[in-house]
Design a protein around this ligand. Structure first.
Ligand code: FE2
Ligand code: FE2
Length: 304
């Protein structure tokens, strides 16, 4: 798919359309008009271990997203990312990745890479929303740092997949750009995406860094888990900043959404089947782990 390229000096290429180039600007960038003017603008993030020939996915897959795996293979794909990402999920993302014949560990790493690439967009939008609502500069700066972390996470997980598969891998993420949220919407999304989903992901990443049998995986997950913990802390800080700015009804709605997100997480974990050798939380461990990690029924609703 032909598109203008913008490359970051980060080793592996991060490819985005020029329309999304404002992502690359610093925290001081304040702009909401483009988002309002094109609320359904599509942005594309691609992370690859190598550059190479790319087939015309759109022509082959129609409205479905797709990934050009090499000169002769394309995979059309559409999934939702919630609870699949290692980083903050981009709700409602449309995603393309994976190949049908990937072994389970490679498929997991590619799926994680997709989640991480999606998180790049999520933090870009979070920073924009924080700026729009006049958040303290420290929160905005932290969101910008988190966005850069997620670029590295996407690269690391893609590289891990390539190490395991023995050849180059790539992931392809396509998301719809969101309109700026209201203050209430920002609080509700932050509590679900940050205080629940990403906080859980940080805990599970730390678990993998500790107990995964594969030394390479442990080495990848250790710094990633530490940075995800920073992102979880950012979510808690944002929640604390927003809390006194919400109406009583909005606070109650936030607490309800947090409870629902935890219930959804618990249900998904109970049914989840994961490769046994990745150090991930197993379904029969999930309930105890959720309680230990602050997601029990008796935990304070805004604990983050
Ligand atoms: Fe991440
Ligand atoms: Fe993250």
């Amino acid at each position: 798919m032909a598109r203008p390229l913008v490359k970051l000096a980060l080793g592996l290429p991060l490819v985005v359309p020029v329309a999304a180039a404002p992502w690359l600007l610093g925290c001081g960038w304040r702009q909401g008009g483009a988002c309002h003017a094109m609320p359904r603008e599509t942005s594309v993030v691609e992370v690859a271990t190598t550059t190479g020939v790319q087939l015309d996915c759109a022509a082959l897959c129609g409205e479905d997203s797709c990934s050009a795996l090499d000169e002769t293979h394309v995979r059309c794909y559409r999934i939702e990312t919630q609870c699949q990402a290692v980083g903050r999920p981009k709700m409602g993302a449309t995603i393309a990745h994976l190949r049908a014949d990937a072994p389970p560990n490679v498929a997991w790493a590619l799926e994680a890479a997709v989640g991480e690439a999606s998180s790049v967009v999520a933090f870009d939008e979070l920073r924009r929303a924080l700026l729009h609502h006049g958040a303290p500069p420290a929160l905005c700066a932290a969101a910008h740092r988190a966005r850069l972390d997620e670029v590295n996470h996407a690269r690391a997980m893609t590289a891990l997949a390539a190490t395991w598969s023995g050849h180059s891998e790539r992931v392809f993420v396509e998301v719809e750009r969101a309109v700026l949220p209201t203050l209430e919407e920002l609080a509700w999304r932050n509590v679900v995406e940050g205080c629940v989903v990403e906080t859980f992901a940080a805990k599970e990443a730390a678990l993998q860094a500790k107990r995964a049998p594969d030394r390479t995986l442990r080495a990848v997950m250790a710094p990633l888990a530490a940075e995800e913990a920073d992102h979880a802390a950012l979510a808690a800080d944002i929640d604390a900043w927003l809390e006194p700015r919400l109406s009583h009804a909005a606070r109650r709605e936030k607490d309800a959404r947090r409870a629902q997100a935890i219930a959804t997480l618990r249900t998904e974990l109970a049914a989840r089947e994961v490769p046994p050798d990745l150090g991930l939380l197993l379904s029969d461990e999930a309930d105890a782990a959720l309680r230990a990690w602050g997601f029990g029924p008796d935990d304070a609703p805004t604990a983050g």
